[in-house]
Design a protein around this ligand. Structure first.
Ligand SMILES: Cc1ncc(COP(=O)(O)O)c(C=O)c1O
Length: 403
């Protein structure tokens, strides 16, 4: 096998394809000298709302701020003489899902995941909710580009009387089991335009989406310090605006998003086919229950009309060889990443919440066994085959033998 280069993500390839479209638009914003909010942001918000199928999309400075705004608009935070509020979220997610809760003075309560989809486990959440004293919201995450079961989560939110805030940072364009885009059915959808996301800005950016007119008005207010009219503040917000340059860039890129999704999905399906031709099973079979099969588990995938947009293509290998596989891939110039090596209930900063190893076994196992492979739209057939051959050869040689 001759060595080729496979970055985890190839943003330069994307830029080269879009250069002629992007540069006049960027120059236009510079000529206008209108950098904050303004027509580019307003147009992007309209186009994004249409794409997600919601009444309102409101730009903000990042996906993390989108989560903060969503929690703040629901009154989550420290309340004088009240017990600390609690918000349930997954332990196996990017830090800011939980960080946003803590930053507002509320307590994140960590739920385990479903080991097949890696998304938050609804039954575990139901159990946790029974033990909370002041539950204010739930934030399930559409992890890696795959939707949670929205029907079930909406029903749970109604049963418990709390809003479901969708962390859709990795899932713009993902569809749930009813074929509906994520971010449109919960109370609020939170999106990130971090450069590595399927729709990535040239810097930080984010948005919240909702069908609720009153929430939308308040979200718009909160992102400008709560001032309306300017310099008159009835509520305390903060500065979280999407800037015009990012909005202009995102408008161009949004026009290509469906085509990129199609390519990513095809790349993911090709990986799965190639791995399975080599005997790999999917994530519905734990690595321990079928030890005679090659020790690789592909994503399980979704059936129409659901759509997984593969912001990440994540496989499982035995924990004992996961990190050495990473080194092998690095030495063969294959980009890879571990999302996420330490579940949040085991993070040092959350030690005061009392979480310890063994509390959330599915999150802990996923943190030890998973590895994300390059799945960006421009990935070639040759690159994909090289990745699969390298992973399969290494795992077949090094995986611990079944007892
Ligand atoms: C699941 C999840 N939530 C929240 C965020 C935060 O988004 P940002 O990096 O734009 O603040 C991210 C992105 O990194 C994410 O993946």
């Amino acid at each position: 096998m001759s060595q080729i280069n496979v970055p985890l993500l190839d943003l330069k390839a994307q830029y080269n394809d879009l250069r002629d479209e992007l540069e006049p638009v960027i120059r236009g914003v510079i000529e206008d000298q209108w950098f904050i909010m303004g027509p580019q942001v307003a147009e992007f918000e309209k186009e994004l709302a249409e794409y997600v199928g919601v009444k309102h999309a409101i730009g903000c400075a990042s996906g993390s701020d989108a989560l903060l705004l969503a929690l703040m608009v629901h009154g989550v935070g420290h309340q004088k003489d009240q017990p600390r509020q609690q918000v349930i979220c997954p332990s196996y997610t990017f830090f800011s899902t939980a960080g946003s809760i803590s930053r507002l003075g509320a307590e994140p309560v960590f739920a385990d995941i479903d080991p097949v989809t890696y998304n938050m486990d609804i039954e575990h959440t139901r159990q946790l909710a029974k033990n909370t004293t002041n539950l204010a919201a739930i934030i399930p995450v559409h992890l890696f580009g795959q939707s949670i079961d929205m029907d079930a989560w909406i029903a749970l939110g109604e049963e418990l009387g709390v809003p479901i805030i969708e962390d859709a940072a990795q899932s713009l364009g993902t569809k749930d089991a009813t074929g509906t885009p994520v971010g449109s059915r919960g109370s609020i959808g939170c999106f990130s335009f971090f450069p590595s996301k399927n729709l990535g800005a040239f810097g930080d950016g984010g948005a919240v989406t909702t069908n609720d007119d009153a929430l939308a008005d308040k979200l718009r207010l909160l992102r400008v310090h709560g001032g309306k009219p300017k310099y008159y503040h009835s509520v305390i917000g903060f500065n979280s605006r999407l800037d015009a340059l990012q909005a202009a860039i995102l408008r161009v890129k949004l026009g290509h998003l469906e085509e990129w999704h199609t390519k990513r999905i095809a790349n993911a399906h090709r990986y799965t086919k190639l791995f399975q031709e080599n005997g790999a099973l999917d994530s519905s079979v734990p690595l321990t229950t079928n030890p005679e099969a090659p020790a690789i588990r592909t994503p399980t995938g979704v059936a129409d009309p659901a759509r997984h947009i593969y912001n990440q293509y994540v496989i499982r290998v035995p924990a004992a060889i996961r990190d050495t596989l990473r080194e092998e891939l690095k030495s063969k110039n294959i980009g890879n990443e571990v999302y996420y090596p330490v579940p949040l209930h085991m993070q040092e900063c959350f030690a005061d919440l009392g979480g310890t190893k063994g509390d959330l076994p599915h999150s802990e196992l996923a943190a030890a066994e998973t590895i994300a492979l390059p799945v960006f739209p421009e990935l070639t057939d040759e690159q994909a085959r090289y990745v699969v051959e390298t992973v399969v050869a290494f795992v077949n040689q090094h995986a611990p033998q079944p007892a």
